[in-house]
Design a protein around this ligand. Structure first.
Ligand code: SAM
Length: 307
């Protein structure tokens, strides 16, 4: 069993395994580009949907039943079905109204639409993905959510071209204030939502995808101005795709990991795995194990560009 691999990293193996076998609660995020949390809750009340408002992020509602994907509040773009813990990276990225923000692996747009709402639909949000089919889902989600501060691009994020955003690639400062780098991964942490998620798991795949992750994160750092923020996230447990990627990028790019607080129970990044030692600062990353908050699994790190 793949998950046994992580027994040495978790504080409570039985609770971890049991959580991974439970179905995931259904959660929606209220889209504040179009409505307020109070109005969305009133609409859910009127439709007879029970829910709990989550303390740590008041736009999130944990539903008693399945996602109301066929209800009027959903059609109107008031609600976005989003796994609870996947709302964390945008919170850590903390985009401000009027800024230029890059989302290099954006489809189908959960975090893009959340970032847009946090920016009050102002500034410029570049949503890129290399998969056209998934970009079409992103476009329809953005349209349903009424997001207008969006530029959609279809590039390989490892070589993202800055030409559309700067007069000249040699401009003194790269164009973006922030980037949210939510890379493709082996998705081990989604096993509660998709029990087949681990069927094609192999060490070879981890190693191959880690190379892609390193290159995407490096390019995101290169496109972000000095002092800007880059958030790295995955929905997987493998240190090869998490701390090892950070360790590599810390050595190759002018960037450092910064401390941050989140309103969820987390564990620090691991500094050793399979006989390899990583930079001590990877401890500043946060691991969200499924049993800690009854969510999926997630990994999130915050970096600051230093030059
Ligand atoms: C974890 S998913 C992103 C989920 C998205 N951020 C959200 O919140 O809805 C990773 C995405 O990366 C895209 N991707 C994979 N390789 C890529 C590459 N080299 N360049 C750009 N996008 C890539 C995939 O198509 C996929 O949509």
């Amino acid at each position: 069993m793949v998950l046994e691999r992580y027994d040495p990293l978790v504080d409570d193996v039985d609770a971890f395994r049991a959580a991974c076998e439970r179905p995931l609660p259904s959660v929606v995020r209220v889209n504040t580009v179009k409505t307020t949390v109070d109005r969305a809750m009133a609409a859910l009340d009127a439709d007879g949907h029970g829910y709990d408002r989550l303390d740590w992020l008041p736009e999130l509602l944990r539903l008693d039943s399945d996602s109301p994907g066929t209800s009027w509040p959903y059609f109107h773009g008031w609600l976005y079905g989003q796994e609870e813990v996947s709302a964390l990276p945008a919170l850590v990225c903390d985009p401000q109204p009027g800024e230029r923000v890059l989302d290099p692996c954006a489809a189908p747009g959960s975090k893009t639409t959340q970032l847009a709402a946090m920016m009050d639909d102002t500034g410029t949000l570049v949503a890129n993905d290399n998969n056209l089919g998934r970009l079409s889902a992103l476009r329809s989600n953005a349209e349903r959510c009424g997001v207008t501060n969006l530029v959609v691009t279809n590039q390989d994020a490892r070589n993202l071209s800055l030409k559309p955003f700067t007069a000249d690639e040699s401009d003194e400062q790269p164009p973006f204030d922030r980037a949210l780098v939510d890379v493709p991964c082996s998705c081990e942490g989604t096993v509660r939502k998709n029990p087949d998620a681990l069927d094609d798991w192999s060490v070879g795949h981890l190693e191959q995808i880690a190379g892609v992750q390193r290159d995407i994160l490096r390019r995101a750092v290169q496109t972000t101005r000095e002092g800007g923020t880059v958030v790295y996230s995955t929905c997987t447990f493998a240190p090869e795709e998490n701390e090892a990627v950070l360790d590599h990028v810390l050595r190759e790019e002018p960037v450092e990991l910064v401390e941050f607080d989140v309103p969820l129970e987390t564990r620090p990044g691991v500094t050793e795995w399979n006989g390899e030692a990583y930079a001590p600062s990877v401890e500043r990353a946060k691991r969200v194990w499924p049993h800690l908050n009854d969510t999926g699994g997630f990994f999130c790190a915050k970096l600051e560009v230093t030059a």
